[in-house]
Design a protein around this ligand. Structure first.
Ligand code: NAP
Length: 312
């Protein structure tokens, strides 16, 4: 099967690319191995995506984006891409079911939550250890929970958890939060939130379910035990770069380096969204990456179409 554009990953980056690519008349297919929407569907409130003055859920926002891509006629396939190979100007994409040929690949596979890798974390995952407050928050009505991390995700999700929990600790390894000031201020004002500064989790304790955390204060070197019913881990994200990591340039964190056209070092292979090396990981920047990638793809196809057709 031959396509102009194959988009891998249907988060905001992939959907942004889908709108521009399909609207531009390019034959476009979007592969997603899981749920359409990526990480943002796990966010309860999106309040900084322009155009929607009423706060909406990540799920609803993605629903609208998907409907817009459908309107312009891109195909969606639930399938896992297993390999991407460049053969001359063409790209060969092997999925778990078929092999596809495309002029352009837009790689928008996003990122996934980083683990702390401390004792108890893996064993108690799903038993009080969670990486998704939107999914599991309601299980902690009138309970005491902790969030680990000091970035936007940690602080936003701590605020969300105050709707259910009686107390929310934010455990942060420094004495300043990384989250943007607007969110910090809301956390500082919220009476249910207490920040445990300069501290890391050494161990998550509990037989069947989480019962407490062993904390280490990095300034005083004192260990303490914090009783909690659940712990939500938001210590950053890692890139889903496996399919391309040996073929493109990566930064030290494994995120893909692109030029201003969102092109990787492989001609006709673009990247968009959280997988890209960038200063700001937001829905709005992911969508923008996707738009630029699709716009650049159209130009690249125009410039190379004669050669592509010769080698079909
Ligand atoms: P992040 O910004 O990378 O923050 C990760 C946090 O975890 C940092 O505070 C970091 O501490 C801490 N940390 C890292 N490793 C740790 C460890 N092993 N133990 C304890 N703490 C650790 O990640 P994020 O909050 O998941 O956000 C990811 C991206 O999405 C960011 O670009 C963010 O801006 C964006 N985002 C935006 C929004 C929004 O705009 N509404 C919402 C969510 C996420 P240090 O501060 O000391 O490094």
């Amino acid at each position: 099967m031959i396509y102009d554009v194959v988009i891998i990953g249907a988060g905001p980056g992939g959907l942004g690319a889908g709108v521009y690519s399909a609207r531009g008349g390019l034959k476009t297919i979007i592969f997603e191995k899981g749920l359409v929407g990526g990480q943002i569907v796990l966010t309860n409130e999106v309040e900084n995506y322009p155009g929607f003055e009423v706060t909406m859920s990540g799920f609803d926002l993605i629903d609208k984006m998907k409907a817009q891509v459908d309107k312009f006629g891109a195909e969606f396939k639930t399938d896992e891409v297993l390999e991407i190979k460049v053969e001359g100007l063409w790209k060969i994409i092997k999925t778990s079911k078929e092999t596809y040929k495309a002029k352009v690949v837009i790689f928008s596979t996003g990122a996934f939550p980083r683990k702390m890798n401390v004792p108890g974390e893996e064993r108690l995952t799903g038993r009080g250890v969670s990486y998704c407050a939107t999914c599991d928050g309601a299980l902690y009505r009138n309970s005491v929970v902790a969030i680990v991390g000091g970035g936007d995700s940690a602080v936003e999700e701590a605020l969300f958890l105050t709707k259910f929990a009686s107390k929310v600790y934010i455990i942060h390894r420094r004495d300043k939060l990384r989250a943007v000031h607007a969110i910090q201020e809301r956390a500082f004002k919220n009476e249910k939130i207490e920040i445990v500064w300069d501290s890391v989790v050494k161990e998550i304790n509990g037989d069947q379910f989480v019962q407490s955390l062993t904390l280490l204060n990095k300034k005083t070197n004192v260990e303490s035990d914090l009783k909690v019913d659940g712990v939500f881990i938001y210590v950053g994200v890692l890139p889903n770069n496996q399919l391309l990591k040996d073929q493109v340039e990566l930064d030290s964190g494994g995120f893909i380096i692109t030029d201003e056209k969102m092109q990787t070092k492989l001609p006709g292979v673009y990247a968009a969204g959280d997988i890209v090396h960038k200063v700001l990981r937001q829905v709005v920047t992911a969508v923008s990456d996707g738009a630029i990638a699709a716009f650049s793809a159209e130009k690249w196809i125009d410039e190379n179409d004669e050669e592509l057709n010769k080698t079909l």
